[in-house]
Ligand binder design. Structure first.
Ligand code: COA
Length: 153
């Protein structure tokens, strides 16, 4: 039987493994961030009710090391009195992909969004990220939006 997938918030002892996974995610997007960003983001992730929330997936029990991470946040929206939920980062260790962790992380973020009575849960991805889109097409609906970034600097 495959090991049970457990999704929980991060604990302070997850710091090192979280950083490895986040580095993997940033590498995937060919991005590098300085150590102070890791520190700042981690502090926000583990602060109770902090502005950026995090969930981690583990295989085989709640005390096992992280194998996947999701970062999400709630924000207001002009069209509704409710908050909306943005899933910002999703990453699963390449050695344990196709075991269901990505789906479970999305479902756990959805549960948090429902608990807060959010109006919407949404995220973006690269058009050519076929692996991620295979998962997303199974759990969500592509609505045709594309993203532009205005050059501020
Ligand atoms: C996208 C990602 C998070 C998926 O995580 P995962 O744990 O492998 O996904 P799951 O096992 O929950 O996949 C669930 C279903 O999605 C589909 N799927 C996932 N990866 C797939 C792939 N590479 N090819 C085809 N279908 C895929 C399958 O239907 C799969 O179910 P199945 O294995 O029973 O057929 C992972 O591939 C990853 O971290 N990729 C690199 C970073 C990334 O792209 N992050 C998202 C950026 S927006």
């Amino acid at each position: 039987m495959p090991p049970e997938i457990v999704v929980t918030p991060f604990a302070s002892q997850d710091r090192e493994r979280w950083a490895e996974l986040w580095r993997g995610y940033l590498d995937f997007y060919e991005t590098q961030l300085p150590p102070e960003n890791y520190h700042h983001t981690w502090q926000r992730l583990i602060a109770a009710g902090g502005p950026i929330r995090g969930l981690g997936a583990r295989l085989g029990g709640a005390t096992r090391p992280l194998v996947g991470i999701a970062h999400y946040l709630f924000h207001p929206h002009a069209w509704t009195t409710k908050d909306v939920c943005y899933l910002q980062d999703l990453f699963v260790d390449s050695t344990v992909r196709r075991a269901g962790c990505g789906r479970r992380l999305i479902e756990a973020v959805a549960a948090a969004a429902r608990e807060r009575r959010c109006y919407r849960l949404y995220w973006t991805t690269k058009e050519d990220n076929t692996s991620a889109r295979s998962l997303y097409d199974r759990v969500a609906r592509f609505n045709g939006f594309i993203r532009y970034d205005y050059p501020l600097e």
